[in-house]
Design a protein around this ligand. Structure first.
Ligand code: AMP
Ligand code: ZN
Length: 118
């Protein structure tokens, strides 16, 4: 999967603004941030999305890492949104499982924007 950009980030083959790393995960800032804080958390191992037989323990670690990111970024108290786009209808663009952690300013209440606005 050397053509996968997030595999390349995980291997340090392309630069990223690292937030933290452990044996299984890496957290780095999104290249096109949608808020003052926008960090991505990925497993180092390649899984395409949430439906790619991801071990439950790994999913737990990914979500636990979201609160760690919030703490490191200083948005633990102010709040943040955790988003996973999984598959075509969710407009997933990078097909290596990742969690978005977005915050740093108030967001609107809505969670879903359908492309046809229905
Ligand atoms: P998604 O739509 O959930 O697949 O989101 C993919 C995210 O990856 C987008 O927010 C992109 O801005 C971000 N992204 C793409 N390439 C990179 C990169 N090399 N480093 C950091 N973020 C990236
Ligand atoms: Zn990958």
């Amino acid at each position: 999967m050397s053509e996968c950009i997030f595999c390349m980030v995980a291997k340090g083959e392309i630069p990223s603004k690292m937030v933290f790393e452990d044996d299984e995960l890496i957290a780095f800032d999104d290249i096109a941030p949608q808020g003052p804080v926008h960090t991505l958390i990925i497993p180092k191992q390649h899984y395409a999305n949430m439906s790619d037989d991801v071990p439950e323990e790994l999913l737990g670690r990914l979500f636990a890492a979201a609160s760690r990111v919030a703490q490191l970024k200083g948005i633990e108290e102010s709040g943040y949104r955790v988003i996973v786009n999984s598959g075509a209808d969710a407009s997933q663009t990078v097909h290596h499982l990742h969690i978005h952690v977005i915050g740093g300013k108030p967001m609107s209440h809505g969670m879903v924007n359908f492309s046809d606005r229905s």
